[in-house]
Design a protein around this ligand. Structure first.
Ligand SMILES: [Zn+2]
Length: 433
């Protein structure tokens, strides 16, 4: 006789247990008053089924299946008195799980909602009519993010989590082929990584064939020690980033030099300071991508052809131009080499960089030399795609969304579980049977 109510409020799975449901409302909320059919139960103390109903105890359970109105189950729960041992006990509760005053359905809805990395604990609490603490507690209770097995191609990268000063970078282990997170580690520091990998079996470690990483020496040391059979791949994007950093540092240096001149001398008419600031991106971007455009220079109220402006910017300083050209030489090597030709070209480049007159370029040459084997490995292809950390980029963006929505990382274990749960989406839940 309660078929409609049972359907509307999603009690179909316990339909046969329900004796009565009465719906009442007040101005804001809706209440489902429920009594269950009595079931034969044994006293949990003496295990004998010989009892009487002592009383009905009302228990209020949040049942957020609709967002238009706060809904509660008022469960009239029988409290029995055992005639054999005189102790009292409750009838079974099919609505809630563990200690939460939320219906199982509400809990499943909240957990499902949190699978989207854009959704925060705070918005879940608002949406499902409960407190942020309850959402956090149930998340901690149900989500146990176990690490995944080490893959054949393992990517290692870091993500800046900021709020934790002692460990500003968390370390992400990622499965290249499956595009799934393997694990999230508290820090990328060497001692920690050693303690982490010590717990793995030799056979699991030996299963890893390639490890992709930034030019971060501790990663290399640790991988060599624990995965001696794996080939190390230097992430090509990171190698280019390193020379871009040198270039940008030089640009800032030149820019500041000219800005200072302009400030000190009113008659100074050279505008390199202004232009290097306004058009810094022209130096950073690849030459190919800035061709064939006209750019409006606000200060002069006229537009110039992009390549003319670029040439003008680079004429501000001889070293700036040299670093700019070397960067493009390296980028061309990176774009157009293959696993067969890479070594010869790279060795030439290293030679050229290491004997350069600019100290930063000499340092860069040394770095390339230390990582030459790994850079050559980066031309290894699978299905036409080079091994790299590129697939991790969108994952890292999503992790940053989680951090932003949570206003930082306060509890690392919870953050780790959240990342694995909301990004991998296949984390199993810790459900009572
Ligand atoms: Zn008893």
């Amino acid at each position: 006789m309660y078929d409609n109510i049972i359907k509307t409020y999603e009690f179909e799975h316990i339909k046969n247990k329900i004796k009565t449901i009465n719906v009442t409302t007040d101005k804001r909320d809706l209440f489902l008053h429920i009594k269950l059919n009595p079931e034969k139960e044994c006293c949990p103390f003496c295990n004998i089924a010989n009892y009487v109903i002592n009383e009905y105890v009302k228990s209020k359970i949040t049942h957020s299946i609709t967002i238009t109105r706060k809904t509660y189950i008022i469960f009239y729960r029988r409290r029995y008195k055992c005639k054999t041992c005189n102790k009292t006990f409750y009838e079974n509760d099919p609505f809630t799980d563990h200690k939460f005053r939320l219906s199982k359905l509400t809990i499943m809805n909240i957990l499902d909602y949190l699978k989207d990395f854009n959704h925060s604990f705070t918005s879940a609490a608002r949406y499902f009519n409960t407190s942020v603490n309850t959402v956090i507690n149930l998340f901690d209770h149900y989500v146990k993010a176990e690490r995944n097995k080490l893959p054949k191609v393992l990517c290692i990268d870091e993500v800046h989590i900021k709020s934790n000063i002692k460990y500003p970078y968390a370390c992400i282990l990622f499965d290249f082929h499956k595009s799934k997170i393997v694990d999230v580690l508290k820090t990328r520091r060497k001692e920690y990584l050693i303690r982490y990998f010590e717990r793995f079996s030799i056979s699991e470690l030996d299963n890893v064939e390639y490890v992709v990483m930034d030019l971060w020496a501790p990663y290399k040391d640790v991988v060599r020690r624990f995965m001696p059979k794996a080939k190390i791949v230097a992430d090509a994007f990171n190698v280019v980033t390193n020379i871009n950093r040198i270039l940008d540092k030089k640009r800032i240096q030149v820019m500041n030099y000219y800005l200072k001149l302009e400030n000190e001398n009113l008659n100074y008419s050279n505008d390199f300071g202004y232009l290097l600031k306004k058009f810094s991106w022209m130096i950073r971007h690849n030459k190919k991508n800035i061709k064939g455009r006209y750019l409006w220079i606000y200060k002069y109220k006229f537009s110039v052809y992009s390549m003319d402006l670029l040439e003008h910017l680079l004429s501000s300083n001889k070293e700036l131009k040299e670093i700019y050209d070397l960067k493009h030489i390296y980028q061309d090597f990176n774009s157009y080499s293959n696993i067969e030709t890479a070594e010869e070209t790279l060795l030439d480049l290293i030679d050229r960089f290491r004997n350069h007159n600019i100290v930063e370029i000499r340092e860069y040459g040394k770095t390339l030399n230390r990582w030459k084997k790994e850079i050559i490995n980066s031309f290894t292809k699978y299905d036409g795609v080079r091994y790299s950390n590129g697939r991790l980029e969108s994952t890292n963006r999503n992790i940053k969304t989680i951090i932003r929505n949570a206003f930082g990382v306060t509890n690392f274990e919870r953050f780790r579980a959240r990342v694995m749960y909301s990004i991998n989406k296949n984390v199993s839940l810790n459900l009572r049977k």
